[in-house]
Ligand binder design. Structure first.
Ligand code: 5RP
Length: 222
């Protein structure tokens, strides 16, 4: 859905990539457009010497297939380019629809800037549309799920536990009436929780495809 808007956002974000940069590479269909565009720029010789820090195994494979060099060293990442499942006017994000939230948050946290690319359907006044992904250890995971539900949500294991993250963990999708960004620390304190898909105060710029235009929103990293 909204493929043209995703492409538009990715193409706009690509304008900020220059030769010699070290960048974070997110996960998902919008990032895929970004990687395809980046690959074309590298292949045509328009830019060179790009190093990418991938947030998932599939992004790593995709980047390499486009001739982009990848490393897992977090030092000196200038801009992280990633997608989002939902975002609000303050730039808070819900991420993890692709199950890559742990690595996505580590890379985002270690980047000077975080540029998010999305279509307009991801924008909400209050985060409530997308069930919040929470990654949990595969140990007493049913208890962990019940403990998360006590905070005030209903939840299910992604694909009935068939889905495992790149880290070998389960993802629980949690449906809150409103995903208050303050919930991040409360959920993270529950034993067994590895990471929560709330990205608060991390995005510095959001590119939102909107019809035939791309709207750019700027935020300060807190
Ligand atoms: C993966 C993510 C993605 O960024 C998010 O799911 C958005 O994906 P898409 O660009 O396919 O809509 O958080 O874990």
């Amino acid at each position: 859905m909204y493929e043209e808007e995703k492409k538009l956002a990715a193409m706009e974000a690509l304008k900020y990539v220059h030769s010699g940069m070290k960048i974070g590479l997110g996960t998902g269909s919008t990032t895929k457009y970004f990687l395809e565009g980046l690959g074309e720029m590298v292949e045509s010789g328009k830019i060179s010497d790009i190093t990418g820090v991938p947030t998932s195994i599939r992004t790593e494979e995709l980047a390499r297939s486009h001739g982009i060099n990848t490393v897992n060293n977090m030092e000196g990442i200038e801009i992280d380019f990633d997608g989002a499942d939902e975002f609000d006017p303050a730039g808070n994000l819900v991420k993890g629809g692709g199950g890559a939230l742990v690595r996505e948050k580590i890379v985002a946290y270690n980047s000077r800037d975080v540029y998010i690319m999305a279509d307009h359907s991801k924008f909400s006044q209050r985060l409530h549309n997308f069930p919040l992904p929470v990654e949990v250890l595969p140990f007493m995971e049913e208890s962990t799920r019940r403990n998360i539900e006590r905070i005030g949500c209903t939840s299910i294991f992604r694909d009935g536990k068939k889905f495992r993250s790149d880290n070998g963990n389960y993802i629980i999708d949690c449906k809150f009436e409103y995903t208050d960004p303050d919930l991040e620390s409360r959920i993270k304190m529950i034993p067994g929780v590895v990471e929560v898909g709330i990205f608060r105060g991390i995005a510095t710029r959001i590119f939102m495809g909107n019809g035939e235009n791309c709207r750019i929103m700027d935020f300060k990293k807190s």
